[in-house]
Design a protein around this ligand. Structure first.
Ligand SMILES: Cc1cc2nc3c(=O)[nH]c(=O)nc-3n(C[C@H](O)[C@H](O)[C@H](O)COP(=O)(O)OP(=O)(O)OC[C@H]3O[C@@H](n4cnc5c(N)ncnc54)[C@H](O)[C@@H]3O)c2cc1C
Length: 478
């Protein structure tokens, strides 16, 4: 089912502000009597979050790619969805020692912290807003090399040997090549959700809603992963006292990181069959911490995913993924302790079940659900419901205009299980624009599985930049 476009525009902040387009590397050109194209003979990067920013930084270090233009619908340059938060309780879920933005300088973030007078502890979980500042400085260091445009790309099409990118609020851009760095899409909403006013049923967990619930309000979070924990922390920061319900299919909370990093553990043979892998994981986890087992496997997860057959991948997504996610995507220790304490006090209540319907009743929200393993339905009556199931991933179900236009026009096709687009090993989007359109991050999930955390994004950004620059050189020489 499609994520609501209203939700999408709220999170993307698609309203158009004045462009910060430098005049030095861009020039206006009349392409016809009616259409004015903003010309660039370089590269346009669509999406200015961590993925787009790191691609721009990598491209800016390479010769012969021409002017670079970074377009972001929300104007969230460098920070994107993940690092735009101003809430100090929102922490990274990966220790600082693994969060360098530059693949060949693993201590880069720690050195940056030291220069700022912060403690460069590799095991610390930094505030996400601080990490956003770090990415912002990296982007700032490219100076006038990267032009920033605040607008929403709505379509992309071939244009001679290059591309035309249509924007929501200003004339089209033309470029020799483009990179899609569209990142996290708003969560899918259950049927009936958008019939309720958004003050009762929020459309996205990421935008700051004007009407935060009253401190004593009863709140339902649909989904119990890291996004839900973010919202719990935001509510607490606003002095929330009311009960918070978490409803998810299995009622699982993310595991907590241990206070110190876990050492690698010896693993059995990695036979590339799902059943054998699962057996190996379970047997090892009987004598070792399951988090250490997953951490040891982490560098191989992409290769293991690619080694599975299509039906095995589907079985993993259907049955094992929720269990995998709670061990893989963990809470920093202090956040885990806070959530545990709230649960012990009865202020946070977990429910396992599947949503059946949602309706407005006497100015409140009535959500009917089928509890796990139960035959009869149950009802939760709350003041506000928030979708926290995490970013929508199936591109076939998105109503994002750019994604729809690429799929409908055949310029891109869905990747395995609809998790992003089908891509080549270097991130080129498979299809007629293969020599001029690349992508990274969430749109490569089906091909890579592990595609969206900084350790993966920084590698992809460099690979995309090098492949794209190589292609432009080849085309220029031809
Ligand atoms: C809340 C949250 C916390 C996270 N914490 C961590 C962490 O601690 N460590 C870690 O390694 N990973 C973390 N992640 C994973 C995260 O996905 C990546 O680290 C990173 O932020 C992804 O960056 P991105 O640029 O791909 O996506 P995003 O951050 O989603 O940025 C995409 C940008 O593209 C823009 N955009 C989208 N469509 C268009 C369009 N059509 N036209 C113009 N602009 C467009 C959006 O406005 C947005 O600014 C977190 C993710 C989330 C959601």
């Amino acid at each position: 089912m499609a994520a609501s476009s209203r939700g999408a525009s709220a999170v993307r902040g698609a309203t158009c502000r004045a462009a910060t387009v430098g005049r030095t590397s861009l020039r206006w050109k009349h392409a016809s009597a009616r259409v004015v194209h903003l010309m660039t003979d370089g590269v346009v990067i669509l999406g200015g979050g961590a993925s787009g920013t790191l691609t721009a930084v990598a491209l800016s270090a390479l010769p012969d790619v021409g002017p670079l233009t970074l377009v972001d619908g929300a104007g969230a340059f460098a920070r994107g969805v993940a690092y735009s938060t101003e809430e100090p309780r929102h922490l990274l879920n990966v220790p600082a020692g693994r969060m360098s933005a530059l693949p060949d300088q693993p201590s880069h973030l720690l050195e940056w912290l030291a220069v700022r007078g912060e403690t460069p502890d590799p095991e610390a979980f930094l505030q996400r807003r601080l990490y956003g500042a770090y990415l912002g400085e990296l982007l700032g260091a490219t100076g006038s090399r990267v032009q920033q445009v605040v607008d929403h790309a709505v379509a992309l099409a071939p244009d001679g040997p290059g591309l035309r990118v249509d924007l929501a609020g200003r004339p089209s851009l033309r470029a020799r090549a483009a990179v899609l760095a569209l990142g996290n899409f708003p969560p899918e909403l259950p049927p009936g959700w958008t019939a309720l006013p958004s003050r009762l049923a929020w459309r996205t967990p990421w935008a700051s809603p004007e009407d935060w619930p009253a401190p004593e309000a009863e709140v339902l979070l649909l989904g119990a992963g890291l996004t839900a924990v973010d919202v719990v922390l935001s509510l607490l920061a606003r002095g929330h006292r009311g009960r918070i319900h978490l409803l998810s299919r299995r009622g699982l909370l993310p595991a907590t990181h241990p206070p110190r990093m876990l050492a690698a553990v010896p693993l059995g043979p990695r036979t590339p069959r799902l059943r054998a892998l699962l057996r190996m994981f379970r047997e090892t986890a009987r004598r070792e911490d399951s988090r250490a087992v997953l951490d040891t496997l982490r560098p191989e997860l992409g290769a293991l995913w690619r080694g599975l057959t299509h039906p095995e991948q589907r079985r993993f997504l259907r049955h094992l993924r929720p269990w995998f996610d709670v061990v893989r995507h963990r809470l920093p220790p202090e956040v885990g302790a806070r959530i545990g304490a709230l649960e012990a006090e009865g202020r946070l209540v977990r429910h396992a079940g599947r949503v059946v319907s949602i309706a407005e009743q006497d100015g409140r929200v009535a959500l009917r659900y089928r509890p796990r393993r139960a035959r009869t339905l149950a009802v939760l009556a709350v003041d506000v419901a928030v979708p926290t199931t995490g970013p929508a991933m199936d591109v076939r179900a998105l109503d994002d205009p750019l994604v729809r236009s690429l799929l409908d026009s055949g310029q891109a096709r869905p990747g395995p299980h609809g998790l992003g687009f089908a891509t080549a090993a270097d991130g080129a989007v498979l299809g007629p624009l293969r020599d001029r359109l690349w992508t990274l991050g969430g749109l490569r999930r089906g091909d890579l599985w592990e595609a969206t955390a900084i350790p993966e994004i920084r590698m992809q950004a460099r690979e995309v930049a090098e492949a794209l620059a190589g292609q432009l050189r080849t085309a220029g020489a031809g």
